[in-house]
Design a binder for this molecule. Structure first.
Ligand code: SAM
Length: 249
């Protein structure tokens, strides 16, 4: 599938995809337990609009460097006031402008399914992550089905099959010299207002990795079935979403 173009959508991405505090709290617990400590430097690779920068700095008490190839995403991070506090470098994961052995933890949140050359990305990660350091991935993976409200959309199994599996990601890591340290399914407790959620689906129709691969009919059917299921419900709806944490080192 063609590369995602975030031009014109980065602000919407930040609005709908920035993790709320309750969701960040479960990731903090899981990531610090599985990947910490990181005394020196954390690399946020494919940092997008920067929603993990302050959390990573807080979780690890470390300096955070962001690498993000999309100018639209970097500009949006700048508008959010994040680029002054953390270096925000325009580059691709396949060729990192980062010193060899200078990173304690590399964090990739919903990035690995988008990269063109996964083996090359892991070779670069092996180079920049110091011996004893780790790579922690929050993944959209083929063997983790769509959950939460997204599970109501027909066609998500087909979309999931376009993502790499855990085994394929692990194999790329192993070819670069990493071994698996930890695998965990993290349940994100999203609580969403239906109108805002519906707007998110529509606004990110051609950007979100799940939505863009669904057909218009599948999107319409998913929206219809969620609205029918929650008709008359006033207030936030629980949408627990499972993503996999994979740590290699
Ligand atoms: C779904 S967004 C996730 C952004 C952020 N990590 C987050 O969780 O909010 C995927 C990001 O990966 C970036 N990306 C895609 N391919 C990449 C590559 N080869 N190297 C580095 N970043 C890449 C995109 O530009 C985009 O910002």
């Amino acid at each position: 599938m063609a590369r995602v173009d975030y031009q014109g959508n980065a602000g919407t991405f930040r609005t709908h995809r920035t993790l709320p505090p309750d969701v960040l709290a479960v990731w903090k617990e899981a990531v610090v337990r599985a990947a910490g400590p990181a005394p020196g430097r954390v690399l946020d690779l494919g940092a997008g609009t920067g929603g993990f920068l302050e959390p990573l700095a807080d979780w690890f008490g470390a300096a955070v460097v962001a690498v993000e190839p999309s100018a639209a995403m970097r500009d949006e991070a700048a508008r959010a006031g994040l680029t002054g506090r953390h270096p925000y470098v325009g580059a691709w994961a396949e060729s990192l402008p980062v010193r060899t052995g200078s990173v304690d933890v590399a964090w990739l949140s919903t990035v690995i399914h988008q990269v063109d050359d996964r083996d090359q990305v892991f070779r670069e990660l092996r180079r920049v992550v110091r011996p004893g350091g780790v790579v922690a991935l929050r993944g959209f993976l083929a063997d983790v089905p769509a959950t939460g409200l997204l599970g109501a959309f027909p066609g998500t199994e087909r979309v999931a099959a376009t993502f790499p599996s855990t085994g394929e990601v692990v194999a790329s890591g192993q070819r670069a010299g990493f071994t698996v340290r930890h695998v965990e399914d993290v349940v994100e407790p999203w609580r969403v207002e239906l109108p805002a959620w519906r707007a998110g689906v529509r606004d990110l129709r051609h950007v979100d990795s799940w939505c863009r691969a669904l057909t218009d009919a599948e999107i319409a059917e998913g929206l219809r079935s969620v609205e029918a299921a929650y008709a008359g419900v006033d207030g936030p709806i629980a949408s627990d979403v499972t993503l996999r944490l994979l740590v290699v080192g």
